[in-house]
Design a protein around this ligand. Sequence first.
Ligand code: E4P
Length: 232
Amino acid sequence: MVAGRKRKEKKKEEMKLFIDTANLQEIEEASKWPFVSGVTTNPSLIAKEGLTQKEVIERIAQMIDGPISAEVTEETAEGMLAQAHELYQIKPENIVIKLPMTIEGLKACKKLYEANIPTNVTLCFSPAQALLAMESHATYISPFLGRLDDNGWNGITLLEDIVDIKRNFGYESKIIAASVRSVDHVQQAAIAGVDVATIPYKVLAKLIEHPLTAAGLETFRKDAAKTASLKK
Ligand code: E4P
């Protein structure tokens, strides 16, 4: 343990890693990786794929047996709820309804909680917003690390604050580190104690890499070849 680092109470559940994309090739590849257990999408990611949201979510649902966040785009709680019920029908065991951090979004969040439909409140940039989403019974809350860092704030500090609020009061909402840009973001999010990190394909693929692993493997392979040549 690093000197001076306080050991936090052990959590009941393990941290999960989701892929943050709507690209079907990336999801197909990542679905074979044993450490990827869910998908998050948003309207901007869907727009890159040239398919409707329904088509993309249906295809993802065939590949991933885990939480799949599909975002609503209506402005009123009523509109969001109508959209949410349609999306939810695609695969009720896996669909999570992504809602905006607005009063209307939080009204819809509470209603979906009452209907037993999981939610992910997105575009969270402050501890106060996270508190409101926790009080509205969000299943997941997505604080955006990269977008905060890009604008001169500190995304990891926000995560630490939200994790503390959750622990102070025993809220059930799961914290998703979102807008992840680097391996370091994932590492720091894990140390902060988030429940999930949702990670773009390129960063997910980099998590396994370390130059000393590559160098060590090369040495082991060369040495194994020497032993193999001794075999009779
Ligand atoms: C979260 O669910 C969002 O889809 C995502 O993390 C946004 O990331 P960006 O800031 O890279 O667009």
